[in-house]
Design a protein around this ligand. Structure first.
Ligand SMILES: [Zn+2]
Length: 231
């Protein structure tokens, strides 16, 4: 989501154009995503009214399906179990239901909690070529979450992935072989995609990245930089 000036000078909101799949929304609502993926989904939802609306529709659909199948699927024991759960305190609402539509336009609250503050609080590590990263501590086996900062007008080295790469843009924008990605957009890549994101001029591009396997840099400097990007 980026703010842009209209002809009258008023600010308007540009919604993300790259979104979550229904599968991801359903897994998120069911609480079956790992912490790192949940963070990137929650961050996108903060930026994206379309996906919040879709999540609500899926929640409603899930409730309808549950109501329809309940009479034939519940045994006496499971019915008692459900009734017992009704007596328990309500579970916290899903994160997307609790997030205000107009959260901090730069770093959503759900992410600020991991960073310990805004982007100003981030300690960056230089990767070379002006590219910087900052690890986000979380206890998720086999996944890594980090911020990536690419200087305005510069490129991330050409790379591919053994696993999945989720990138959510927090500031600035980049273009690659897939398209243009700006604030709030979610880019999902797998091993079939080789790409070379190039940050647009004017503003550094800062992204939240989650990977579940090492990124393999494929350019001439890849052999050196690969040392720094292991999961
Ligand atoms: Zn969306």
């Amino acid at each position: 989501m980026t703010a842009a000036l209209t002809s009258g000078g008023a600010m308007r909101t540009v919604e993300p154009s790259h979104h979550l799949s229904d599968d991801m929304l359903l897994d998120y609502a069911a609480g079956s995503l790992d912490e790192a993926t949940s963070l990137i989904v929650a961050t996108h939802l903060t930026y994206c009214p379309s996906c919040r609306k879709r999540a609500a529709e899926l929640d409603a659909l899930g409730g309808t399906l549950l109501r329809d199948v309940a009479p034939v699927s519940l045994s006496k024991g499971s019915l008692e179990s459900v009734l017992a759960r009704l007596d328990q305190p309500a579970e916290p609402a899903p994160v997307h239901a609790a997030l205000p539509a107009n959260d901090n336009p730069l770093v959503p609250a759900v992410l600020r909690r991991y960073l310990g503050g805004d982007l100003d609080a981030v300690t960056w590590k230089n990767l070379g070529m002006g590219v910087q990263t900052s690890e986000i501590a979380m206890n998720v086996e086999g996944k890594r979450a980090f911020l990536l900062r690419v200087p305005a007008g510069k490129a991330v080295p050409h790379h591919t992935h053994d696993g999945n790469e989720f990138v959510l843009i927090l500031r600035g924008a980049y273009n690659d072989e897939i398209g243009r990605f700006a604030r709030g957009d979610l880019a999902i890549s797998d091993g079939s995609i080789k790409h070379k994101p190039v940050a647009e001029p004017g503003e550094d591009c800062i992204c939240l990245v989650v990977v579940d396997a090492p990124i393999r840099l494929t350019g001439p400097i890849g052999a050196i930089l690969n040392l720094f990007v292991k999961v």
